[in-house]
Design a protein around this ligand. Structure first.
Ligand SMILES: *Cc1c(COP(=O)(O)O)cnc(C)c1O
Length: 389
């Protein structure tokens, strides 16, 4: 398929498909760890890269390749490498791009395990990280050192939906010779394509919206062949690659991604608008609301506000827990990007291990609740929350 000629909806269902000799319509699931050769000479040609083709599933697998091609088409990326989880995508990115003595500038509003990876794992190998505001571009500029090689951000951020200006931060990265990596988990390529705004690398936790049905773990790193060379080299050698079965699930997930993201977004906007009008709700955080401080930037960068809505209730932790414990339908879980709406109290779960002062500085109050709005009828989600509110 010539990808330039097709819209995202079409790419999501048709790109990347390679049929086997059986002519199957739905993509084949190749559960095989290795591949056989017709001769010793062919084996040799494959191993030295003279002839393209599969060798061993830690390197490539046809089902995984189809998923990679389809996601690359949607993100507008030259290459995609699939990984076992979102965290192994981030690990592969840093292992592929950085070496001892390098420096990272990262947003202060990152997924907890990403912060843990920077602070406790890659630090052991001599890579230091400086954290800056997700929204103040001058802080990124000021944090740059001669050895800065990587900028890392997530937008919208979790759970407060802060929006980072990808184009402006990419320009700073470019001016100092660093690569900008964007974790695009919350938006998916349906709502936001960071490479278009100058990012160099896009990262996904496919576990979330790309599966969209809460079944399997997976991730991906996307970018130019040049920027991904070390990333793929790390994966092929160290092995946190995506399983064929998971890739097959994700291929099916991508086929419905557009209609799901549209539906999540519509439901989330309806929930955010409703929450703003509820007594006892002091603040609503949703990029699709005109009251969001970066609404305009969000609407320039993203097609919609996405599926995540956070809100603050008056009365702190006690009130927040009352809202959560009075729901009968919503799933009390920290996962997101599922067909089912999930409800989380960040201060006592995802952000419980950081100090109360750090939490307050990050704006995560005890009254804050995060909703990952699912595909149920909005009225049913509202009724479930209204009981506790
Ligand atoms: C969940 C998540 C990850 C980690 O992905 P896993 O698939 O759980 O390893 C990374 N970044 C963001 C923004 C996430 O929400």
């Amino acid at each position: 398929m010539n990808e330039q000629d097709y819209q995202p909806e079409t790419l999501a269902v048709r790109s990347g498909t390679v049929r086997s000799q059986f002519g199957e319509h739905s993509e084949g699931l190749f559960l095989t760890s290795s591949f056989v050769f017709e001769s010793a000479a062919q084996a040799a040609a494959r191993f030295i890269g003279e002839e393209p083709g599969n060798i061993y599933a830690r390197f490539t697998n046809p089902t995984v390749t189809m998923f990679e091609e389809r996601l690359a088409a949607l993100e507008g990326a030259e290459q995609c490498v699939a990984t076992a989880s979102g965290m192994s995508a981030i690990l592969a990115c840093v292992m592929g791009v950085l070496k001892a003595g390098d420096h990272v500038v990262a947003s202060r509003s990152l997924f907890g395990a990403t912060v843990n990876l920077f602070n406790n794992i890659i630090k052991k190998f001599g890579v230091e990280t400086t954290y800056v505001s997700a929204t103040d571009v001058s802080e990124w500029q000021a944090a740059v050192r001669p050895n800065t090689r990587l900028f890392f951000l997530e937008t919208p951020s979790n759970p407060l939906t802060e929006i980072s200006d990808i184009a402006a931060i990419a320009a700073v990265a470019k001016s100092c010779g660093a690569l900008l990596a964007v974790d695009n988990c919350f938006c998916t390529p349906i709502l936001q394509r960071p490479l278009q705004f100058g990012a160099d690398i896009v990262i996904h936790s496919a576990t979330k919206y790309i599966d969209g049905q809460g079944r399997v773990l997976g991730g991906a790193v996307l970018g130019s062949r040049k920027n991904l060379e070390g990333v793929y080299g790390f994966l092929r050698t160290a092995g946190p690659t995506m399983s064929a079965f998971n890739a097959w699930i994700f291929l099916k997930g991508l086929e419905t991604l557009k209609i799901r993201m549209d539906a999540h977004s519509l439901n989330a906007l309806a929930m955010a608008t409703w929450l703003e009008a509820q007594p006892g709700v002091s603040r609503v955080f949703y990029p699709g609301l005109p009251s969001h401080p970066q609404h305009e930037l969000a609407m320039r960068q993203q097609k919609t506000g996405g599926g995540i809505v956070s809100f603050e209730v008056e009365g702190g932790k006690e009130a927040a827990w009352r809202v959560i414990d009075n729901t009968k339908m919503l799933s009390i879980t920290a996962n997101l990007g599922d067909t089912r709406t999930t409800i989380t109290h960040p201060a006592s779960t995802t952000h419980a291990r950081i100090s109360a002062e750090a939490r307050a500085a990050a704006g995560i109050s005890d009254g804050l609740i995060r909703l990952a709005v699912g595909l149920e009828a909005v009225v049913d989600i509202q009724n479930d929350l209204a009981r506790g509110l």
